[in-house]
Design a binder for this molecule. Structure first.
Ligand code: DGJ
Length: 706
């Protein structure tokens, strides 16, 4: 009889086959198979067992979640490592299966493995591996890769790339034979990380097609891949990307891989919803209403002046802001981005009376106070670097080339770690800080621990996690934002210890339509920092009206990053209306299901949020370019409950159509506060005609069940 387990959750089935005592093989991961009897499960295993081919080894090549060459698999191995050249290939035997934990040993190789494979209540699958050296002598680990099989029907791949100011750009390719590997060696999650690697049926979209997707939850170097062989094995896989010699296990030592998360669904929206539900189920998930943020960066940059900042705080409070975040420039000699990083002492030069005059003013206005730090970095022109030149990461004696005039502080070094912890702890203890914007502004190049010069990205990544954990334990009320020159550190492991991410340094609303949409593919809106910038974007020099900027920032954790002291009274009034709308909608936006349409016109984008019970929804219809059509066809409103009837109407202040028709006084008949009332089924299939808009404009719709 087969030794097989069938796990089911939220419409997903996972069938794990342990027959024969080798590492578990997945016989099915995808749509729920329904309740299956033992004999039916045996039959599934029999019917799904691979065809013997006999070219690598006689019999079938059966690929486990941690693939092994000893099973005849000649694709990417689960473990790459050796003990002085030996034990390069493993043959694990399972010792025990205790819930999600599988313990296995390869006595000849002197290795023990603890695999955790679990199907979470959201239907997300996650797994990781811990490898222990039980032999004599050191064992070098070069890679530990975990994989998941996807069916032959998955013929297209979607993953992401990016750069500063343009994170998470989608790219699609055919899923052909061979290995598509997305490597990240930047020492942080990366602008251009794969983020989510999805395989799907032909033409899969937001609402259609079967999709299987993996995410590597790691903030250091990592590798995410899709592999397809001539014998019809198709895998998604991932692991940490270890630098040469980075992990060498002494006898008794263990290495633990990052978590690999995976989601199956019909359409990308269902894949994303599983990630969102999982994140929302964490005890640490922010539960208070996400406050309206004002961030000082694009408002004042390094011009820290009490009068200027208190005036900004006054303007912020007057439009309804709830959190004021003092960005870079408050410490040491940091009057520009060339000096002072690492000297985490309030600057006497710009803050002769400390930060208290500002924090008093901000908290007196009823706002929370937040502050920027970049704890992993140091400018060579700083007291810290002058006092401790050996705390900088380097390959031997050669310092890496500077980036943004900075170097990386080796946090795996206990004295450096203790210094940063003490400084941050002091900052949080001295001032009423309820929010840290934690930045990280360069790639890790030649990042070795001194004096040995040994590769150190793995150790640095773990040290940063430790530091975040320790600070959170000491200051449980403080929220932390993960920022990395914009959105270069967005992953599920950093989000285990942070409360939101800064999506991108580009707050041009048009660019943000794409960056936010795809960031939302993995994480829910309440974890995404989305700000209203100045009328002309500082990063692209494009100009947009306030309604487009604010209607874009609405879909996230709303904030403002604009010198409000220079804004016109009418802009401030309008912004106040948008802030009020955000406050009235955040309950829905931050608990509901994110939905995205598949409008055939590339100039039209439809996205929104539908309450989990279908009772309420908000949609944006965005004109992202000029259309070949006039008007573009009706838009389908995705995700509504088919059998509920909805009152659909334009939602102020996002109700102003800005297009030629409107300029000419030609009105769309139903575009009135009374709107239309129709079943969700009709709205989702026939859709509604929305106003013709100029490019880079949007309108909002509200749909409430009646
Ligand atoms: C990069 C961040 O992404 C910006 O928001 C800002 O905080 C600057 N660093 C400050 O140096």
């Amino acid at each position: 009889m087969a030794d097989v387990r069938h796990l089911r959750a939220a419409g997903v089935s996972l069938v794990l086959d342990f027959t024969g005592g080798t590492l578990p093989r997945i016989r099915h991961w995808g749509a729920d198979l329904g309740a299956l009897s033992e004999s039916e499960l045996d039959a599934v295993v029999l019917a799904r067992s691979p065809h013997p081919i006999g070219f690598s080894v006689d019999g079938a090549v059966d690929v486990a979640v941690l693939p092994e060459q000893s099973a005849g698999w000649l694709g990417t191995p689960g473990i790459v490592g050796n003990r002085a050249g030996r034990d390069f290939s493993t043959a694990f035997r399972v010792l025990s299966v205790d819930g999600p934990v599988v313990r296995a040993t390869d006595e000849a190789a002197g290795l023990e493995l603890e695999l955790t494979v679990e199907l979470l209540p959201s239907g997300l699958l996650r797994q990781r591996a811990a490898l222990t050296n039980t032999g004599t002598g050191p064992f070098s680990v070069d890679a530990v890769n975990l994989t998941l099989p996807v069916p032959t029907e998955a013929v297209e791949l979607l993953d992401f790339t990016g750069r500063w100011g343009r994170e998470r750009s989608p790219q699609r390719t055919a899923f052909t034979q061979g290995l598509r590997v997305r490597e990240n060696r930047t020492g942080r999650t990366g602008y251009d990380s794969a983020y989510l690697l999805a395989a799907g049926t032909a033409g899969f979209g937001n609402r259609s097609g079967e999709v299987w997707a993996v995410h590597t939850a790691w903030s250091g170097n990592h590798r995410t891949f899709a592999e397809r062989t001539y014998h019809s094995v198709s895998l998604l896989g991932s692991g940490e990307l270890l630098l040469s010699g980075e992990v060498v296990l002494a006898p008794g030592e263990a290495y633990t891989s990052p978590w690999q998360y995976a989601s199956w669904g019909v359409g990308l929206d269902e894949v994303s919803a599983r990630f969102h539900r999982h994140l929302r189920s964490r005890p640490s998930h922010p539960s208070s209403p996400r406050p309206v943020v004002v961030n000082t960066w694009e408002a004042v940059y390094f011009d820290h002046d009490l009068d200027r900042l208190t005036a900004l705080a006054d303007a912020a409070a007057s439009v309804g802001a709830e959190r004021f975040v003092l960005d870079d420039g408050w410490f040491g000699s940091r009057r520009d981005d060339k000096r002072g990083l690492g000297d985490w002492y309030v600057s006497d030069e710009v803050w002769p009376d400390g930060l208290t005059p500002l924090t008093d003013h901000v908290t007196g206005l009823g706002m929370q106070f937040g502050i920027w730090v970049e704890p992993e970095m140091v400018n060579p022109d700083s007291d810290l670097a002058r006092a401790h030149p050996d705390w900088l990461m380097a390959a031997g004696d050669r310092l890496p080339g500077p980036a943004r005039s900075q170097q990386v502080l080796d946090l795996a070094r206990p004295e450096a770690y203790a210094y940063v912890l003490e400084r941050l702890d002091d900052l949080l203890s001295t001032y009423p800080v309820s929010y840290l914007k934690w930045d990280h502004n360069r790639d890790l190049v030649d990042a070795g621990h001194r004096p040995t010069g040994r590769a150190g990205v793995h150790g640095q990544t773990l040290a940063v996690y430790r530091l975040l954990d320790e600070l959170r334990a000491r200051h449980p009320g403080v929220e932390i934002e993960s920022c990395s020159s914009g959105g270069a550190r967005v992953d599920l492991e950093v989000l285990e210890r942070t409360d939101r991410v800064w999506v991108s340094d580009c707050i041009d609303a048009l660019e943000r339509q794409s960056v936010q949409r795809w960031t939302n593919a993995l994480i829910p809106l309440e974890l995404m920092g989305t700000h209203v910038g100045a009328g002309t974007s500082h990063t692209t020099r494009r100009s947009h009206p306030l309604d487009f900027r604010a209607g874009t920032a609405l879909f996230g954790h709303f904030g403002i990053e604009w010198d409000l002291t220079a804004a016109s009274p009418s802009d401030l009034d309008r912004l106040r209306e948008w802030v009020a709308l955000y406050k009235s909608l955040r309950g829905l936006l931050h608990t509901g299901v994110a939905v995205h349409g598949d409008h055939p016109d590339p100039a039209v984008d439809v996205h929104g949020v539908v309450a989990e019970d279908g009772s309420d929804a908000v949609f944006a219809v965005v004109s992202v370019a000029t259309s070949a059509y006039y008007p573009p066809g009706p838009v389908r409103l995705p995700g509504l409950a088919p059998d509920l009837r909805y009152h659909v109407r334009p939602l102020a202040p996002g109700d102003v159509p800005a297009g030629n028709a409107d300029d000419w006084g030609v009105r769309l008949p139903w575009w009135t506060p009374s709107g239309v009332t129709l079943p969700g089924r009709v709205l989702g299939s026939a859709g509604v005609q929305t106003p013709v808009q100029h490019p880079e404009r949007l309108v909002l719709l509200r749909a409430t069940a009646v």
